[in-house]
Design a protein around this ligand. Structure first.
Ligand SMILES: C[N+](C)(C)CCCC[C@H](N)C(=O)O
Ligand SMILES: O=C(O)CCC(=O)C(=O)O
Ligand SMILES: [Fe+2]
Length: 421
């Protein structure tokens, strides 16, 4: 507190020395200050509210409920929720932000109960509820997790005993759907069982939570090891852990797999929590984590098989994090589809390979591998932004169907059910 006040005194002195005079408020009569410096702070009449604010030349500072928040004045004008600035029916802004003076400052500020009133030079009044400001401040968001998750290795996942949801329950009840989505959001994988083993029923399932994302592979896809497409997925070969469609600018959000038939051996599915592995990298080598989140890479899909001619390119780092809270939200990892690296100089390339090796080592730890044999009737949903999948080589005839989902639509459904997503 002392340091805090002193630093304000310093900036105040600097202001005065530079000849800039801020509009300082007068001390409230009921406020007994121990320090003369404190006259620059506005205190609320009610002690229980625990709110102090100060009008600086270029920002508004608010201390409320043990948080220090700073707001830019243009921001405060721009987020005005008055009827002329914001349409609360459509939740859209009516105010033309470009009409706000970039040097705007409020003429007066006052607090009434839990509402702050800003009167702007043109007389317009903006009201803010203290809780709204806290919830929507940068400082508040910085501490908040966008997506709560349980990171797992094989043991953690198995011990959690996450139940599969029954097909009928999933389709017909809100609780079934909500349970399923909650598990999916927490772990990045979820199963539905007792699904009739047809493409139509799989489609119905997918449509319950999202729009199906149509891609170069079609809307619903159905594949066997016939090499009908120019990709290893369409063979009997083993596939190491990877995420799909890394070569899209926005990789597909969710992948749905339903094994409709397998007469033969092998073919188990491998699942690895990419965020768990990335977290290990962050703990052991934070600078490598940072590099993986900064270096842009290309992934590429080049196909020339019969009628199927495609050339897709997607650019982005292996780890994608929100800049304000450093939360990881997308991992792009596919060593098969990674394109020529020509977006970074040689010395960075070498450090990148080191970091990539560290991540790969984590991803390949046997204790992080969750193996499951997909059977007709059991549908697997994978968060393709988080969980890597792979498969064991197999023999015999194996039929898989499924689709990709748009992440936005899955999260939309989850939010409408009251889940944090
Ligand atoms: C699922 N399905 C068989 C349709 C697509 C296969 C795509 C495989 C591609 N190498 C990738 O990882 O994106
Ligand atoms: O065959 C499998 O189990 C999965 C193949 C694969 O990785 C894919 O289709 O994306
Ligand atoms: Fe795949």
């Amino acid at each position: 507190m002392w340091c805090h006040r002193l630093s304000h005194l310093q900036s105040r002195l600097q202001d005065l020395l530079r000849g800039r005079v801020t509009r300082w408020a007068l001390q409230q009569s009921n406020f007994k200050s121990l320090f003369p410096l404190a006259i620059y702070w506005h205190h609320t009449a009610s002690k229980s509210l625990n709110c102090v604010w100060q009008q600086h030349e270029d920002h508004f500072e608010l201390q409320y409920a043990n948080n220090v928040m700073r707001f830019d004045y243009v921001w405060l004008r721009d987020h005005c929720r008055s009827a002329s600035c914001y349409n609360s029916k459509t939740h859209q802004r009516s105010l033309d932000t470009a009409s706000v003076d970039l040097c705007i400052q409020p003429q007066t500020i006052h607090l009434d109960e839990t509402t702050l009133f800003f009167t702007w030079p043109d007389g317009h009044v903006t009201r803010y509820d203290l809780d709204w400001l806290m919830k929507n401040s940068y400082e508040g968001q910085k501490q908040k997790v966008i997506q709560p998750r349980i990171l797992w290795n094989a043991e953690i996942y198995q011990q959690a005993q996450v139940p599969a949801v029954d097909f009928q329950t999933f389709l017909e009840t809100k609780e079934g759907l909500k349970n399923f989505l909650q598990n999916f959001l927490l772990y990045g994988i979820a199963f539905v069982e007792n699904v009739p083993p047809t493409q139509k029923h799989t489609e119905k399932l997918a449509e319950r939570i999202s729009l199906i994302r149509e891609t170069i592979y079609g809307r619903m896809w159905f594949f066997t090891s016939d090499f009908s497409r120019g990709d290893t997925a369409y063979t009997k070969l083993a596939l190491d852990r990877h995420t799909d469609t890394t070569y899209f600018q926005e990789p597909c959000g969710i992948q749905v797999f339903h094994c409709l038939k397998h007469e033969g051996t092998g073919g188990r599915t491998l699942l690895v929590d990419g965020f768990y592995a990335a977290e290990q990298v962050l703990q052991k080598a934070p600078e490598e984590f940072e590099l993986l989140s900064k270096v842009p890479l290309k992934h590429e899909y080049i196909e020339n098989v019969g009628e199927c001619q495609n050339h897709m390119i997607g650019v982005g780092p292996v780890l994608n994090i929100y800049p304000w809270n450093k939360e990881l939200y997308l991992i792009r990892y596919n060593n098969y589809d990674r394109a020529v690296i020509n977006t970074v100089p040689y010395d960075v390339v070498h450090r990148w390979y080191t970091a990539h090796r560290t991540l790969t080592r984590e991803l390949r730890r046997p204790e992080n591998e969750f193996w499951v044999k997909l059977k007709p009737g059991k549908v697997l949903f994978i968060d393709n932004w988080r969980v890597l999948h792979g498969r064991e080589s197999f023999t015999g005839y194996r039929q898989l169907c499924g689709c990709y989902l748009t992440r936005d639509d899955v999260l939309n459904t989850a939010r409408l059910l009251g889940l944090q997503a």
